[in-house]
Design a protein around this ligand. Structure first.
Ligand SMILES: [Zn+2]
Ligand SMILES: [Zn+2]
Length: 352
């Protein structure tokens, strides 16, 4: 008789269903993880929780939710080459075909195979369950000194931010603006700090999120989102604007602020998904020689590198987790995340 486990599903009407399902068995090249931590992403709320809005890579196919899992391997199928029972791992959250050009670069996020690209928690069962079936090629080793909650953060938010910061380059010459201080914006603050940014300015509409950013020391200044943001950022940077801006909001006004509050020769990177932006190319980017980057998730190799850097920096992404829930309380966890009155929200199946 097969073993049963609790797993959370998102029917798309702002509720969560926790059901009993069969514990899967690993096949060739697959492992079974005991999930220790599984965090909720802004994209889960935006594209699945309230309504199933996602298409293509964001199309939710009624699977177990959760794409930010970390856990311990409890069974390994035949053919595994590196990982074994007992290993602590996090899961790169998109399982690609492994052989297209994007997969070969490590960017399974943009795998071009319609048949084989399946994201955990979107098109294949994800981490909001006691156990998760994962492909060995999707695993990243979790260093001993990092917690499972640290690992879950690397699996999506911190990994995504690390990629974006690598694209624009961050160092001690740079004042940085972060628009949107949700978990991804907070991660940007934490990583910019370790990369040596000279000054970090954050903007958010939510007082709770501004407080978290300031109390954790992730921003030097925080501003309430508003019409004066561009001049406020210039005042904080001796009239010049920032060298680097990272949009983590997905909001049209905040994106325009990120572009306009960046100084000549500066770089802007967009990470927050959805929505739109309006700006005037000549004054806003062309005449000031600015560059706007887009950045989507990260690669397996850069995620592995980030896990190593976190150890060297003694940086624990867990610090932005403000709330922890058991699987049975998954509906409270998603409702809180949807409210925005929190940092990162985690479900830990071992909590009761
Ligand atoms: Zn995510
Ligand atoms: Zn592929």
């Amino acid at each position: 008789m097969s073993k049963m486990m609790k797993a959370a599903f998102l029917p798309g009407n702002s509720t969560v269903e926790v059901r009993e399902v069969t514990v899967p068995e690993p096949g060739h090249g697959e492992v079974l993880l005991a999930v220790k931590a599984s965090t909720i992403c802004g994209s889960d709320i935006r594209a699945i929780y309230h309504e199933h809005l996602g298409k293509g890579p964001e199309g939710y196919q009624g699977v177990v939710a959760g794409h930010e899992p970390a856990g311990q391997i409890v069974a390994a199928g035949p053919g595994c080459r590196r990982f074994k029972v007992g290993d602590r791992v996090l899961v790169y959250h998109i399982s690609g075909c492994g052989v297209c050009n994007d997969c070969r670069r490590g960017y399974m996020i943009s795998c071009t195979s319609d048949q084989y690209r399946r994201a955990y928690g979107w098109q294949r069962d994800g981490g909001m369950a006691e156990y998760l079936l994962a492909e060995e090629k999707d695993l990243i080793q979790l260093p001993d000194s990092l917690t499972y909650l640290d690992g879950a953060q690397v699996a999506c938010g911190f990994g995504t931010v690390y990629e974006a910061l690598q694209k624009v380059g961050i160092d001690g010459n740079h004042a940085v603006l972060i628009t949107g201080l949700g978990p991804v914006g907070l991660a940007a603050g934490a990583l910019c700090r370790k990369l040596g940014a000279e000054k970090i300015i954050g903007i958010d509409i939510s007082p709770e999120r501004r407080n978290i950013a300031q109390s954790l020391g992730l921003c030097d200044s925080v501003l309430a989102a508003g019409l004066d943001n561009v001049s406020e950022v210039r005042e904080l940077t001796r009239g010049s604007g920032v060298e680097r801006a990272i949009d983590c909001s997905g909001n049209a006004d905040a994106r325009a602020v990120a572009i306009r509050a960046t100084r000549k020769w500066g770089r802007i990177v967009m990470v927050g998904e959805g929505g739109s932006v309006a700006f005037n190319p000549s004054p806003d980017i062309i005449h000031d020689q600015k560059t706007v980057f887009g950045s989507w998730v990260t690669s397996t190799w850069l995620m592995e590198e980030l896990a190593e850097r976190l150890v060297r920096w003694n940086l624990h992404p867990e610090q932005i987790v403000t709330h922890r829930f058991s699987l049975a309380q998954a509906s409270e966890a998603y409702a809180l995340m949807a409210s925005g009155r929190c940092g990162k929200v985690a479900v830990c199946p071992a909590l009761e």
